[in-house]
Design a protein around this ligand. Sequence first.
Ligand code: TYM
Length: 379
Amino acid sequence: MSSANAENNNEMVVTPWEVKGKVDYDRLIREFGTQPLNPELLARLEKHTGKLHLQIERRIFFSHRDLDTVLSLYEQGTKFVLYTGRGPSGPVHIGHLVPWIFTRHLQEKFKTRLYFQITDDEKFLIDDESTLAETSKWSYENALDLIAVGFKPKDTFIIYDTKDIDLLYDITLEVAKRITYSTARSSFGFQDSTNIGWVYWPAIQAAPCFIHKKLTGENVPALIPAAIDQDPYWRVTRDIAQKLGYCKPAQIHCRFLPGLGAGGKMSASMPETSIFTTDLPNVVKKKIWNAFTGGRGTAAEQRKLGADPTVCSIFQYYFFLFEEDSTKLEERQRKCCAGEMLCGECKIDIVAQLNKFLEGHRERREKAKDIIEEYHVKR
Ligand code: TYM
């Protein structure tokens, strides 16, 4: 695979379908050939958004391709559109919400459209066990989560691949014709045993980068906020965009919210270490109670020696989502290292915060059922 590969079990693997091992983000920047978000670019962003979003300030979004170009065009009066998506393999977890929360911030600040692709076809093709009926059920469920994040129907267009293939198909053909099998194989790691649907599939994730022109006649770039696992798609798409008369899509990449185990990203395929938006309070409590932390073997030892928040999954949830006040976050970190706060206390706090957040999210998710049709692309 083009992405960082594993030679043994502990080594990093980051592909659109698998993230394993300890993720070295500096190495990903080098190997994927992206750019770090530098202070100059952040100052430019701040001019447009006002105070930088927490996810930028904390470098949860840490890397990009052509964000500078998109901002230059914007400053000259050419808008961009946002594009992101979800592969509906099961319920949405709080890791998925990380890029969506930031996307909503960008949408509000730049007053721009979002195209959101739901790839029921992708999940059907890559998972031997899944059926189209299942992935289409999850498409609906996952769309409710997107709407619950707060996107407004006026500027948000959800594309359900199998239902909306008429919107995408001609673009996918143009894209597919210009990507050789050799490029696809080296970018995505396809094998002789890979089914041919999957081999074609990257053309379908590329298509929404260009859909705005088809729908409105305006040729503007798409800016894609997503975790860095999706980057291989954009590399192949960027190579052919201009040949097809489109702007190259730009990206802004985020880190992975870890799972509740030791290392690895939060992943729907490991339900016991993921917090799903539909998890009820007692389930959240149980999962958090079993979570891996940086704590010591006994309370006495921890009071004496302190713990290690840098390896603690719970601390990461405060960092990514649940402690917006950086002074309070530093204080939590200090107390943890000094042995003044034990893991149990931190877990009790996060359970309360998570359940409060999820309760609000679930209420908005219920309301989304009445308006979901308004987000569907009109013909
Ligand atoms: P999917 O469903 O695997 O992931 C949806 C989005 O969530 C991001 N993500 C995470 N972000 C932070 N922490 C995590 N633990 C975490 N796990 C997943 C992913 O990077 C993604 O942004 N093929 C895609 C669907 C898709 C798409 C797109 C995604 C279609 N078009 C355009 C991004 C942009 C998929 O299966 O995503």
